[in-house]
Design a protein around this ligand. Structure first.
Ligand code: GLU
Length: 315
């Protein structure tokens, strides 16, 4: 018998949700519910400089408005510090992680998922092998260190996306040693997502295709931590009618703005369903779950572009 499906919704409370999030969350929810599986809601609030309680509230309202539910209480990543520390300690003990005192942008940004255009240059390994431990790094620099995963020797990583097909990367050359722990004393996005998905038993991950590169880093961490990888579906990013990517921080095309304009959530559900190849009139999210099927990938194995309808473009 196959294992029970556990999917997840993993929003960051750094802004209001937009139509792109709605589409990914509906797809994640349909995929899990269609299989009779459960859904975890994990609020990714590790970036304490950008996370706000009012956005957590907004996420809960928006998901309920769309008709999405989840099993158990929402999980806050900042409540999971102990499991993050245990994972870091294991990587350090295995000699796979090292303290880094470089003042670089990738360290500043590591608390959040790196979305399109946010992956920085490959780290040259400046601090690799430089300090015996965190205290030595602190003494030498007067700064709290971040921690990086040593990618030397990991070699070529391969996985197969359910929509995009086979993926391959030489992590050391293409990503370099990446940040797994921030100077603020929190797990970086890449470590948090791996540890918390595993702790919740998540075996289906549905998210935007700008996180494909992150998946290699996550796969490397899974290998080091003996975690079985989930199945991954990376979806097209949703653009506005002019083909521009929807930006969370601008608040444009947010679900709350659409709600204020009187847009019916069932229309958004129907749009998302149609964009995933399902036919059907505007109805509740739950009504699409029984017939949900992932689109069969074309021979090109690339996601077709998805734009929001012109009628919603002004929101
Ligand atoms: N919390 C991330 C974001 O909102 C998503 C991470 C993921 O799905 O792995 O961008």
């Amino acid at each position: 018998m196959s294992e029970p499906v556990i999917g997840r919704l993993a929003p960051s409370p750094t802004g209001r949700l937009h139509l792109g999030h709605a589409r990914s969350f509906l797809a994640a929810w349909w995929s899990a519910r269609h299989a009779g599986g459960s859904v975890v809601l994990r609020i990714e609030d590790l970036d304490e400089s950008r996370s706000r309680p009012e956005y957590v509230q907004g996420i809960l309202e928006d998901l309920a408005w769309l008709g999405l539910d989840w099993d158990g209480a929402p999980i806050l990543q900042t409540d999971l510090q102990a499991q993050h520390e245990a994972a870091l300690a294991r990587l350090v003990a295995a000699g796979r992680a090292y303290p880094c005192v470089c003042t670089r942008r990738d360290i500043e940004r590591a608390a959040s998922a790196p979305h399109l255009g946010e992956t920085g240059p490959v780290y040259p390994g400046t601090c690799r092998g430089r300090f015996s431990d965190a205290q030595a790094a602190w003494r030498a620099s007067g700064r709290e260190p971040a921690w990086r995963l040593n990618t030397q020797g990991i070699g070529v990583l391969r996985w197969s996306d359910e929509l995009l097909g086979p993926q391959v990367s030489d992590l050391e050359a293409e990503s370099g040693d990446f940040v797994i722990w921030t100077k603020a004393g929190r797990a970086a996005y890449q470590l948090g997502v791996v540890v918390d998905d595993a702790a919740a038993g998540v075996n289906q991950v549905v998210r935007g295709e700008d996180l494909v590169l992150s998946t290699f880093q996550q796969l490397a961490l899974m290998r080091e931590l003996d975690i079985t990888p989930p199945r991954w579906w990376h979806l097209a990013l949703v653009g506005d009618p002019d083909g521009r990517r929807l930006a969370k921080r601008s608040g444009a095309h947010s679900l709350s703005a659409l709600r204020e304009q009187g847009v019916d959530p069932f229309e958004i559900v129907a749009w998302a369903a149609q964009s995933l190849g399902m036919a059907g009139r505007a109805q509740s999210a739950a009504s699409f779950a029984p017939s949900f099927a992932w689109p069969t990938p074309g021979p090109q194995r690339s996601n077709p572009a998805v734009a929001i309808p012109a009628a919603w473009a002004g929101a």
